[in-house]
Design a binder for this molecule. Structure first.
Ligand SMILES: Cc1ncc(COP(=O)(O)O)c(C=O)c1O
Length: 390
């Protein structure tokens, strides 16, 4: 066999279904409700800050772990809102998106042969991240309609090889917001088995009435065994800027910074100032953000209900998993292909968020971080679906 070939680890990974659905959406001029990015504008003040930084020649490598001002802003914001002390010099690492923060965290804190617990359905990167770090992922199923996990199943998954558990709340793709009780149970297992929690809180600002975001690091006993990842992408509608961060216990920060440095050197320079501007937005910005998203969620649920989908209401984030049993398709992948090609709406097959798609409930994920007119257009197109399927 030729030695000019991809490494074995690559063959374990499927191509990203998100990229493929976005490609198909373009090809078929479909309304793209697949990939998780907004089609509306980012706040003017943060765009201005980025432009000013570029014009002021802040165009060379940034300090590898983030500018002092940005790291201080991240730390102060977390402490102000959640009461968890964070020392910027010792605990904050600015990365190229929270995606890189998660990868750097796993590479820094997990050894080959360790196990990493991941709740499924899961955001597509967690499994590959664990595998790249040499670990074996163990999946714990969350089940509809509330996307609860079975505490006994979770307890049984912990063992002497467990090194970390990944939590994502508010959750992509389900919209689940973990309750304090659920987090407390996970925390007690982390403490019992001496396990690290890696908590992806990128949707923390998009939480709906009746739900509250509880950071894992704020649960008693967890601050020194939690790495929190977050970023600008979702809260400020700038997914293309690739700015995220990890807040870690001081003992783990050195490792994360080394990994980050070797992976990327530093995150894009002009956006550190933009990050500082973002962190200085008033509380009303966040109230409005969550309120606007709540209206979009309600609109999306109304559209889905009228066109034959079944869906439970997400408590946070900007996705909804919609059941497709009424359409008579044998698989959600087939249905998603039909939707994008024939109906003109791009979604993501729900089964792609499971390690074994054959055991997944049949659904498609709609992303509703879109202008109202985009959702109205999807509504008009989905109306044809009802007609076609009778
Ligand atoms: C749960 C979750 N984490 C992380 C990301 C990626 O974030 P970033 O743009 O900061 O890399 C996404 C994007 O969809 C996500 O849904």
């Amino acid at each position: 066999m030729s030695r000019i070939r991809s490494a074995k680890r690559v063959s374990a990974f499927a191509d990203s279904v998100f990229g493929e659905m976005t490609r198909l959406a373009k090809l078929h001029s479909a309304v793209n409700l697949s990939q998780g990015f907004p089609d509306f504008e980012a706040p003017q003040s943060i765009k201005d800050a980025a432009c000013t930084a570029i014009q002021a020649e802040q165009n060379q490598y940034a300090p590898p772990y983030g500018t002092v001002a940005f790291r201080e802003a991240i730390a102060a914001d977390f402490t102000r809102r959640y009461g968890v002390p964070v020392v910027p010099d010792e605990q904050v690492t600015v990365c190229c998106g929270s995606t890189e923060a998660m990868m750097a965290a796993m590479l820094a804190c997990i050894d080959p042969g360790d196990e990493v617990i991941i709740f499924e359905p899961f955001y597509e990167n967690y499994g590959p991240d664990a595998i790249i770090a040499g670990a074996e992922p163990r999946y714990i199923r969350m089940r509809e309609p509330e996307w609860q996990f079975d505490p006994d199943e979770l307890k049984a998954a912990f063992n002497n090889r467990t090194r970390a558990i990944v939590i994502n709340s508010p959750n992509n793709p389900t919209g689940k917001v973990y309750t304090r009780d659920e987090l407390t149970l996970i925390a007690s297992l982390c403490q019992k088995w001496d396990v690290l929690a890696i908590s992806d809180e990128i949707y923390e600002r998009i939480v709906y009435h009746g739900h509250a975001h509880v950071p894992m690091a704020s649960i008693p006993g967890m601050a020194d065994r939690t790495i929190t990842t977050n970023g600008l992408s979702k809260t400020y509608s700038v997914t293309g800027w690739r700015i995220g961060w990890a807040i870690s216990p001081p003992s783990l920060t050195g490792g994360i910074r080394k990994m980050h440095d070797f992976l990327t050197v530093a995150a894009p320079t002009p956006f550190h100032d933009a990050g500082v501007a973002a962190m200085s937005l008033s509380d009303s910005f966040y109230t409005e953000l969550a309120g606007d998203y709540q209206k979009k969620r309600d609109l999306m649920l109304d559209i889905l209900g009228r066109h034959g989908f079944t869906a439970s209401s997400p408590g946070g984030a900007y996705y909804v998993m919609a059941g497709i049993s009424r359409f008579g398709f044998t698989s959600d992948s087939e249905f998603a292909q039909y939707l994008v090609k024939e109906i003109g709406v791009a979604t993501v097959p729900g089964s792609s968020f499971y390690i074994d798609p054959a055991t997944a409930p049949q659904s498609v994920r709609f992303c509703f971080s879109k202008k109202d007119e985009t959702l109205f257009e999807a509504d008009r197109r989905l109306a044809r679906l009802s007609v076609i399927s009778g």
